[in-house]
Write a protein of this length. Sequence first.
Length: 99
Amino acid sequence: MTSKDISVTRNEALNRYELRLDGTLVGMADYQEQPDGVALTHTEMEPAFRHQGYSSRLARYAVEDIVGGGRRVKPYCSYMAAYLGKHPEYSHHVSWPQE
């Protein structure tokens, strides 16, 4: 396995977090700013890059960015909800959506 240049950034123009490997977009997490927090609405990873830890890197970056900005995380996306369920250290920053 070769080493890849991994970058995760927030793309405010497209309302999404992006994960790039060697400059190529391979994953994204869409978000919507809301008055009471930031809703994470959809996460997508290119199939060839799934199950390799990239999705959790993207999720961690998004959550840390939102929490670091003093906002609450609202996980509408099933992947983000599962990630937050596995990381109780963020529980006091999460507003779980009502069903």
